[in-house]
Design a binder for this molecule. Structure first.
Ligand code: 3IO
Length: 342
């Protein structure tokens, strides 16, 4: 059929084709640049999103522009409890989740949320990472884990001062996972909800306070409503950053290597950032809202810690009922704390 066309037409067709091949495609087509979406559930100024932006910057730098990360803070792509399933389904390539919001689903890693004496977020993050590597929990079988980290040890932020177990009795306080266990053991009434729901719950008086790490006093402005902090330094909240398995498998090997190398580095960076930020946030809270920090009297403290002792035993029994070696997991966490604590 081409032979029937005049020579000039044939020539111009060939030229047009050649021109097409010379014009570059859109900047992100082909496999020259990989674009990945990263979903996160709390607001952009909070620590899970600060670590996300740090990771994005490092990845883009270390892959020399080969990878671009589009971040979605504030639950704009996936919410707190939809995170893992959303990433598995490919609604986001990457997602950051708090394991305490689904305690039964993340049995092994949530053991780091038991009151076992994790002293700070840096230690907590390294302990969680090593625990994950050793046990490779089934909960993450369908995704690639990019990093793990924990909050700092948790303390009570409340509208009323809490100095004794009597002050706590029946008080509606927000806490999830390990923190909810601690609140229950102390005689409070734990109310579970993801962190982004807490500002409204506090405002409406649905809860009178919360048990979490203290940087939220500043980052969520909780200090305005919670003028009292009771130091307990107990249960941490564990987090995971996961990637869709197909998205991971499609990455060039050298990019996978960069992400793998970042895993432990990112855990430690986040822990250090959190520990530092807690100090700043409390300084700010005292200056701006004259927040009172309550240290328990020694005799009172002894009573509180006595109450927390059965929590780990109960968890070991539950884990064992699910076919896990609960005692070994708890012993491993204790050993990892001694190894990583400074
Ligand atoms: C947390 C969750 C989201 C934003 C900031 C935060 N600081 C500590 C946490 C831990 C947590 O998930 C929680 O619900 O207390």
């Amino acid at each position: 059929m081409l032979t029937a066309l005049p020579r000039l037409v044939k020539l111009s067709m060939i030229l047009a084709l050649a021109a097409c091949m010379l014009v570059p495609g859109p900047a992100y087509s082909g496999d020259s640049v990989v674009r990945l979406t990263y979903a996160n559930f709390p607001p952009a100024n909070t620590f899970p999103c600060v670590q996300m932006e740090h990771w994005k910057k490092e990845v883009e730098k270390r892959t020399a522009g080969k990878v671009k990360i589009d971040t979605f803070p504030g639950g704009t792509l996936l919410g707190a409890k939809a995170m893992l399933d959303g990433v598995i389904a490919g609604q986001a390539d990457i997602g950051c989740l708090c394991m305490a919001y689904q305690p039964g689903r993340f049995m092994v890693t949530n053991a780091t949320g038991l009151p076992l004496g994790i002293p700070d977020a840096r230690t907590g993050s390294l302990v969680l990472l090593d625990l994950y590597k050793k046990y490779q929990p089934k909960a993450f079988a369908g995704v690639k884990v990019l990093t793990l980290f924990t909050s700092a040890p948790t303390n009570i932020m409340s509208k009323v001062p809490i100095r004794t177990l009597k002050d706590l009795r029946g008080l509606d306080l927000r806490g999830s996972g390990g923190a909810a266990q601690v609140l229950a053991a102390l005689g409070a009434n734990p109310v579970g909800m993801p962190m982004p729901a807490v500002p409204e719950a506090l405002q409406k008086g649905v809860v009178k306070g919360l048990l979490s790490s203290l940087e939220v006093m500043k980052d969520f402005n909780f200090a305005e409503l919670c003028r009292h902090v009771t130091m307990t330094n107990t249960a941490i909240y564990p987090f995971a950053v996961v990637m869709n398995m197909d998205s991971w498998n499609k990455l060039p090997k050298d990019v996978q290597q960069v992400l793998d190398e970042l895993m432990a580095e990112q855990a430690e960076w986040t822990g250090r950032y959190m520990d530092q930020h807690v100090l700043e946030a409390m300084q700010w809270s005292k200056e701006k809202y004259q927040v009172e920090v309550i240290e328990l009297a020694a005799s009172e403290k002894a009573k509180w810690y006595q109450r927390l002792k059965p929590i780990s035993q109960k968890w070991i029994a539950q884990a064992s009922a699910k076919g896990l070696d609960g005692q070994a997991i708890v012993d491993d966490i204790k050993a990892l704390i001694s190894r990583h604590a400074k």
